[in-house]
Write a protein that binds this ligand. Structure first.
Ligand code: ASP
Length: 340
């Protein structure tokens, strides 16, 4: 039986084409995708298109995440899979957030986009779009979805979305998942790496969570950070902080730095430590600079990306109460975003 896929278009470079009169890049009407891109008809998939008013993903926000979760929930029973076309700049944030907001997912939700507009001859969007649809529609021999996860497809590789980062503004191979292997690799055939794919517990019912607390700050430390600037970043109103530290989770041991963090944690602010490095993980046991953070109650984000840690902080603050329970949930592997 043919699979049915809902294609949700939110904006970004993939939806642009060159205006013949002016030569400028303009968004094209996704309702006319088949005219732009007749090869789509050749796929053995029923595709329905749901275009949003296109945005550059620099303007994406938790409101967009909630809207996507609600749409996927509304159409969950009518489709075998979902493809979300999204600007590349914040695709890892949106897709990470969806991985926390969609519970017991047993259908693929594949995010993709492109570095070159789809209406430009040398586009990477065509391959990304076609393969993302194929993956969203793919079933194994038992008729189950091959990858029932929120994933991100780009340049021949399918990643677990909450493990990705946009690492290149130039290369077509724009996304990396340094701490987790690809879920599928695409050459002549699509090779699924089933041993890395997560599946929901048998019988668990799909549901969504649309509560998020966005009073969260991402603070990247750097040599020269001053006390007044750091205190301003931790000022009232912030409920969660993703602290991007050096190497294996190290930060200054200066008293003003630790004091400001300690005060924030005593006020109830949750602080989670992730590394500025592209791969590897936070281990606050190794150096004095990490041990000091652990002692004042900073939570290890281990090998989580900043994108996943930010979305997880917003999700956990909205769904758990009390510092102990919040810390326990932040440390827990909720949907494959953290090792172990
Ligand atoms: N600025 C664009 C966006 O993120 C870039 C892209 O789509 O690649 O919407």
């Amino acid at each position: 039986m043919r699979s049915a896929v809902l294609l949700i278009y939110t904006g970004g470079t993939i939806g642009m084409k060159t205006d013949a009169a002016t030569g400028a890049l303009v968004p094209f009407d996704f309702n006319h995708i088949y005219e732009e891109f007749p090869a789509l008809r050749e796929l053995d998939v029923d595709i329905e298109i749901l275009p949003f008013e296109p945005i550059d993903s620099s303007n994406a926000s938790p409101e967009l995440w909630v809207r996507l979760a609600e749409i996927i929930a509304r159409y969950y029973d009518s489709f075998d899979g979902f493809v979300v076309l999204h600007g590349t700049d914040t695709m890892s944030y949106t897709s990470s957030a969806l991985s926390f907001m969609l519970h017991n997912l047993d259908k693929p939700v594949v995010f993709t986009g492109s570095q070159i507009p789809i209406g430009v001859l040398r586009t990477d969007g065509r391959e990304n779009l076609i393969t993302a649809i194929e993956i969203a529609a793919a079933k194994d021999a038992k008729g189950r979805a091959e990858v029932p996860e929120v994933s991100l497809y780009f340049q021949n590789r399918l990643f677990r979305a909450n493990r990705t980062t946009k690492w290149s503004a130039e290369e077509l191979n724009a996304f990396a998942s340094r701490n987790y292997p690809p879920l599928a690799e695409v050459g002549v055939n699509i090779q699924y790496n089933q041993k890395y794919v997560r599946r929901p517990k048998a019988g668990a019912e799909f549901g969504i969570c649309t509560s998020l607390v966005s009073d969260v700050a991402v603070i990247k430390i750097f040599p020269g950070l001053t006390e007044s600037v750091f205190r301003a970043m931790l000022s009232s109103g912030v409920r969660g902080v993703v602290l991007e530290t050096y190497g294996a989770g190290n930060a200054p041991t200066k008293e003003w730095f630790l004091g400001a963090l300690r005060e924030a944690i005593c006020r109830g602010v949750c602080v989670m430590n992730v590394t500025q490095c592209a791969d590897g993980e936070v281990n606050m046991d190794i150096y004095e600079t990490g041990v000091a953070l652990q002692e004042i109650g900073v939570i290890s984000g281990r090998d989580m990306t900043t994108e996943a840690a930010t979305a997880k902080m917003m999700y956990v603050l909205a769904t758990e109460s009390g510092p102990k329970r919040i810390a326990a949930k932040l440390k827990k592997n909720l949907c494959g975003e953290i090792g172990g």
